[in-house]
Design a protein around this ligand. Structure first.
Ligand code: SAH
Ligand code: SF4
Length: 413
């Protein structure tokens, strides 16, 4: 056994003015990238007990703190250590617009000319945040503008959870509400329905989900967190094992031929396999239901016959699936060559499902005025600071992502 304490080498190097690589040269660690277990492991590396990790996590995710000096119940020595090795930061905000109906949308810079969006939808009894998991998307659905722009990259844990962290504390700041677990929570529900296919960025998405559910972070119930997928079957099974939050599946078609043309991924995971995966998922979440999203496309998937096919797909005398349907009026964009179904058609379609005993809702578009601001850079931008600069940046992104970048919707579940 060495006669010297474990820190002697470090001490000696400092005495001779040699700076340790891991304290100065190594890149700083963003603590938003860690789930609870990883933060405990990180603190252990710093010689700290697990309860310190919990304290640190509460400061970050419940108080929105990023300045280690403000974390007053952490020992000064730990704060000093953290200052030389770590930081807490969400990606930069490019624009921040609020609609007349209260919907607030942030465009977030995720580097190299890539941007994603985060949308807050306030309702009477809840506040829903819609977050993105990838910059672009590789699935390339025919009706989706994100798909049309191709895939850029996966978001990191910090970039995913950072959207919730930024939005919760921005919303509180705007309303003058104190941070902290007792402060009035603004975001009560999270939906992964922004840009990207969350199950094709599984690890960071699952880690971010664990943080959302953790009592020392956001403490959201797993039924208030919804992941939406185009149907990556093996990953639906993995999600069931690791973090079975509420599941929404983008169905959009009632048979394989139609779905193959709308969602190329269906050729790999056809409807039979997808429905079977949904049933397996419910075994892990027995009192839950699957939300089937169905984008209403004029003359493509909106006939009475399609509605009847859908009923046959999900209803079975012994082996039916506990589900709800959410009909989404298509948000048109020119390159798609598709049109939104007319309102009476959407209602008639919904009625057929309802008559068969299926809970069905029609999603209502919200925040249209800021969508327009996003599309046209019109005078709807509320915060006018550095507006020229932000408009320039927006123009750059719109050139890349298309003028109809993003959708704002109200989710009834
Ligand atoms: N990739 C995931 C989650 C992001 S898309 C998924 O596909 O489920 C979130 C929802 O918006 C999906 O149901 C998707 O089908 C729908 N959507 C995409 N483009 C749309 C459009 N132009 N109009 C209406 N809904 C759209
Ligand atoms: Fe990707 Fe979802 Fe858009 Fe399809 S609908 S391209 S899976 S983001």
């Amino acid at each position: 056994m060495s006669p010297f304490p474990p820190w002697w080498k470090r001490k000696l190097l400092y005495c001779f003015g040699i700076v340790l690589e891991n304290t100065v040269n190594a890149p700083l660690t963003n603590l938003l990238d860690f789930d609870p277990a990883q933060l405990i492991a990180y603190c252990a590396e710093l010689g700290e007990k697990p309860f310190r990790a919990k304290q640190l996590q509460r400061w970050i995710h419940q108080f929105g703190a990023s300045d280690f000096d403000s974390m007053t119940d952490l020992a000064k020595s730990l704060r000093d250590k953290l200052k030389t090795r770590a930081f807490v930061a969400a990606p930069a905000i490019i624009s921040d617009n609020t609609s007349t109906d209260g919907t607030r949308k942030w465009l977030i810079d995720v580097g190299n000319g890539n941007a994603v969006e985060t949308v807050f939808i306030p309702e009477e009894n809840r506040g829903t945040l819609c977050i993105s998991t990838q910059a672009g998307c590789a699935v390339n659905c025919r009706f989706c503008s994100t798909g049309k722009q191709g895939f850029s990259r996966n978001l990191s844990v910090g970039e995913i959870i950072g959207q919730l962290w930024m939005a919760e504390f921005e919303l509180r700041r705007t309303k003058g509400i104190e941070p902290g677990p007792k402060g009035e929570r603004q975001i009560t529900n999270v939906v992964m329905m922004g840009m990207g296919e969350p199950l094709l960025n599984f690890e960071p998405t699952a880690t971010a989900l664990k943080l959302m559910l953790d009592d020392n972070a956001y403490g959201l119930s797993r039924r208030r967190v919804t992941l939406s997928t185009s149907g990556v079957v093996p990953m639906i099974d993995r999600l069931a094992q690791e973090v079975p939050v509420a599941l929404a599946v983008s169905l959009h078609a009632s048979n394989d031929e139609l779905r193959n043309g709308l969602i190329p991924l269906n050729k790999k995971y056809p409807l039979k396999e997808l429905i079977a995966a949904c049933k397996r998922y419910l075994q892990y979440a027995p009192r839950d239901f699957i939300t089937f999203e169905y984008c209403m496309l004029d003359g493509v998937n909106d006939s009475d016959e399609h509605a009847r096919e859908l009923i046959a797909l999900v209803q079975h005398p012994v082996d039916g699936i506990n589900c709800k349907f959410n009909l989404i009026p298509f948000n048109p964009f020119p390159e798609s060559g598709l049109l939104r179904s007319k309102n009476p058609r959407i209602k008639a379609f919904a009625q057929i499902l309802v008559d068969a005993g299926l809970v069905t809702t029609i999603r209502k578009t919200r925040g249209d005025d800021i969508d327009a601001a996003c599309g046209q850079l019109a005078g709807e931008v509320q915060d006018r600071t550095r507006v020229q600069e932000r408009m320039g940046k927006m123009a750059e992104y719109q050139q890349k992502f298309g003028a109809n970048f993003g959708k704002i919707v109200e989710i009834h579940s």
